[in-house]
Design a binder for this molecule. Structure first.
Ligand code: HEC
Ligand code: HEC
Length: 213
């Protein structure tokens, strides 16, 4: 009886590993088409394209599904983007699983980045840091750190993406997209309600700070 249980356990372990490596292998093959913009390891070199390496599995799956729903509902639901929409519209749930598994397993590259030396930029960095960590009570702006974490690492189980290591122009673009409600796929307006209170200066300061995390 004992031996039989061990065998069952081993079989279960082996087959779960097979599923994972199956996903990874299939994902890598399917990722060829993504490499043109995101690189094969997900560390996009073009700053307006997001890095997707090492992002959480649940967040990646949600984004790909959201781009697909926007295409399928004429923008009524999901996340609207012409480039990504065209790429995912024909993907199956399995494709999305494989691709997300693959990119979540890649290592995120960080550019060594310390606080800027330039006095003007240093000031912006400090203001960004303050807003990121403490929010702004007077303007009812929630601290970014309360959801994205002190180091920008995010919280996968709650659907908060990692934003550290991300390309700065992409960060800026997304904050503006939430602010103008062009991007509306955040549950319960979590990002829109914060972003709509940010000025252009806030966004610039925040981006300078987040880029050093
Ligand atoms: C032609 C360039 C291009 C290609 C090819 C491409 N992407 Fe993208 N990707 C983008 C751009 C641009 C964005 C940002 C769009 C936006 O503003 O919503 C993006 C966004 C994403 C995001 C959201 C990231 C985040 O942090 O929210 C994911 C996930 C993603 N792409 C995965 C993929 C996958 C998987 C493939 C291959 C099937 C792929 N992309 C192919 C350009 C591309
Ligand atoms: C209440 C929680 C919460 C707070 C506070 C919050 N965020 Fe977010 N943020 C989210 C969630 C959730 C998402 C992902 C939405 C989705 O599912 O697409 C997100 C997405 C983002 C993104 C897009 C990431 C990507 O890869 O596309 C950026 C950038 C961002 N937040 C920056 C900030 C900054 C800067 C602040 C502070 C001014 C902030 N967030 C405050 C919850 C929060």
């Amino acid at each position: 009886m004992y031996k039989k249980n061990i065998l069952i356990l081993m079989w279960a372990l082996l087959s779960s590993q097979q599923v994972l490596s199956g996903n990874l292998q299939a994902g890598k093959q399917k990722a060829m088409v993504c490499a043109a913009c995101h690189q094969i390891d997900g560390n996009s070199m073009v700053p307006i394209y997001p890095k997707i390496a090492g992002q959480s599995l649940s967040y990646l799956k949600k984004q790909l599904t959201d781009y697909r729903s926007a295409m399928r509902t004429g923008g009524q639901e999901g996340r609207q983007n012409a480039i990504m929409g065209a790429l995912v519209v024909a993907l199956s749930d399995q494709d999305i699983d494989d691709l997300s598994t693959y990119f979540s397993h890649q290592a995120l590259s960080y550019r060594a980045s310390s606080p800027p030396d330039d006095p003007m930029q240093k000031k912006q960095y400090e203001l960004g840091k303050q807003l990121y960590r403490g929010g702004d009570m007077d303007r009812h702006i929630a601290a970014c750190a309360s959801c994205h974490g002190w180091q920008g690492q995010g919280l996968a189980s709650a659907g908060f993406p990692r934003i550290s290591g991300q390309n700065a122009p992409y960060l800026q673009d997304q904050l503006k997209a939430f602010r103008s409600y062009k991007r509306q796929n955040d549950m319960n307006h979590m990002m829109r309600s914060t972003a709509k209170k940010l000025t252009d200066k806030d966004i610039q300061n925040l981006t300078i700070y987040i880029s050093t995390l």
